[in-house]
Design a protein around this ligand. Structure first.
Ligand SMILES: [Zn+2]
Ligand SMILES: [Zn+2]
Length: 510
């Protein structure tokens, strides 16, 4: 059987015209190799499929660029209750035992993420699970009915089902990640040139998760090999095991929670009571206010109040060119508009907060005339902003209920200038302890350490950008504890610190 399998793998790359083996023998090969990784199973199953498949099991998108889709709006929608509901149907061609296995695999997403698969009633967008010519799926939500094929012969494995569902959620293969060349070497000489496109590096959003050799989305070592030798070799240690035999890893689940922000079961409080809670707690720190305000927002938010970048990686942007431009006079002029939905008193408070940047920095907010890049201040579903300049119009949301505080306005403007949260700084572990046990795992991504540019400024517990002690706590105990002195006050009640201003001057070389 080993020989047969090697032969099969050898031929996989050479011959796409004909199925190598009949349906029954594919199943035999697969059954007899308990130790085969998921992606190899998929590639064997799909060999000879009449569908146009990218990287072995991605349906070629017919109307648009898959990657743009992935980063853009082709995610499944989140309801106001924080859950991402995905309607599905299962073809009647499956036996009831097979249907159970499929439903079981779908439900494996329910425990650790906010994804909820529900039998379709009459929803327009849905996944139709059918036994077609292989195991494959589209990338992300395509709109309307989309097929997720699990052929009865060859694809009825828990891991394969999870793999294809990950594609439908918007995830690409791990070894096409933008940073993959640091982790694997692609051995082009062992790959049939006609299959080389399956190994193209993609410009992916890696969601600040580590490269994961054991991701359910990683190809096996010999995927599309023409000679049985490695097509993919891990570096620097070539013996690391790659590919998956069982099911999704912690990273795989974490990524889903990052891509589909704020995976929470229920909003804590309704809009009215949000305002009440906030008014009644004069002493509440800014970030806590923001998190309460945004809970249950339908926007895709990172770390509670950062809009998911739609065209690129936020961190790359921050470090790269996504700062606002400085004029020859040394001033950084940022055009803004304020929605007419605000009262004139509210508009005054907003303008006042914007002008607070004028005294100590080279930032100058000016009412927009016809400039292309500008900030549009609107009362949307929470207090949030993009990170840095995105190009064109970018929304900075200050909801009339819950966000009309000087400190919140300054906080969101700091995001728009390119600043991340203080407690995600690269050096934060010297200053704070993150108490993971007090944090709901589905919110853990909000506390990920980032690879930040700290501009030689000290870690600042009282920065306007620092979360409060109990941000995202599930039990009221500290999610963030200062070290070594746990009694240091953290978070902000009033406004920006000297450090906060200094950082702006350093970032923009004012
Ligand atoms: Zn795949
Ligand atoms: Zn924030």
């Amino acid at each position: 059987m080993k020989t047969c399998l090697s032969l099969l793998l050898l031929l996989l790359g050479l011959c796409q015209a004909q199925p190598l083996v009949g349906e029954q023998s594919v199943a035999d090969v697969l059954e007899d190799n308990e130790d085969m990784d998921i992606s190899t199973r998929i590639l064997i199953s799909n060999n000879g499929s009449s569908e146009l498949l990218l990287e072995g099991d991605l349906l070629l998108p017919t109307t648009r660029n898959a990657m743009k889709c992935f980063r853009n709006s082709c995610l499944w929608k989140k309801s106001s209750n924080g859950l991402v509901t995905i309607p599905y149907t299962v073809s009647s061609a499956y036996t009831s035992a097979e249907t159970s296995r499929i439903v079981n695999a779908l439900q494996s997403f329910h425990q650790s993420t906010c994804i909820r698969f529900v039998p379709r009633r009459n929803q327009y967008d849905h996944i139709s699970i059918q036994s077609r010519g292989g195991c494959y799926s589209s990338l992300g939500r395509t709109g309307g009915m989309q097929v997720l094929s699990l052929r009865r012969s060859g694809c009825m494995y828990y891991g394969i089902m999870q793999h294809e569902v990950n594609h439908a959620l918007g995830f690409n293969h791990e070894q096409t990640r933008s940073d993959r060349d640091q982790y694997v070497k692609i051995n082009w000489k062992n790959i049939n040139p006609s299959n080389a496109y399956n190994f193209e590096r993609q410009d992916t959003n890696n969601l600040n998760t580590p490269y994961d050799y054991t991701s359910i989305m990683h190809y096996g070592r010999t995927a599309f090999s023409i000679n049985g030798r490695d097509s993919i070799t891990p570096i620097p240690n070539s013996r690391v095991q790659i590919g998956q035999r069982k099911g999704m890893t912690r990273n795989d689940f974490q990524r889903i929670n990052r891509l589909y922000r704020l995976c929470q079961a229920q909003p804590l409080v309704g809009e009215q009571s949000v305002a009440d809670v906030l008014e009644d707690n004069e002493d509440m720190d800014i970030s806590t206010r923001i998190l309460i305000s945004n809970n249950g927002s339908s926007e895709l938010l990172l770390e509670g109040d950062l809009l998911l970048p739609t065209t690129r990686n936020a961190m790359k942007c921050f470090r790269n060119s996504c700062l606002w431009k400085k004029s020859s006079n040394g001033l950084v002029t940022i055009p803004y508009t304020v929605s007419s939905a605000y009262t004139s008193a509210e508009t005054s408070r907003i303008v006042n907060a914007l002008q607070s940047f004028h005294q100590s920095t080279c930032i100058r907010f000016v009412p927009r005339r016809n400039q292309y890049d500008h900030i549009s201040i609107q009362s949307r579903g929470g207090c949030y902003s993009s990170l840095g300049r995105t190009g064109g119009m970018q929304v900075l949301s200050l909801r009339r209920s819950g966000c009309m505080y000087y400190g919140i306005m300054q906080h969101e403007v700091n995001h728009a200038l390119g600043f991340n949260h203080e407690q995600t700084r690269s050096d934060r572990d010297q200053y704070v302890k993150i108490n993971w046990k007090n944090i709901n795992p589905s919110n853990a991504y909000n506390f990920e350490r980032q690879d930040t540019n700290n501009l030689n400024t000290p870690y600042d517990y009282t920065s306007i950008m620092h979360y409060g002690r109990t941000a995202f706590s599930i039990n009221g105990r500290d999610s963030i504890t200062p070290i070594p002195n746990s009694r240091v006050q953290i978070g902000q009640r009033k406004g920006m610190t000297r450090n906060d201003f200094q950082r702006i001057n350093r970032l923009y070389r004012c």
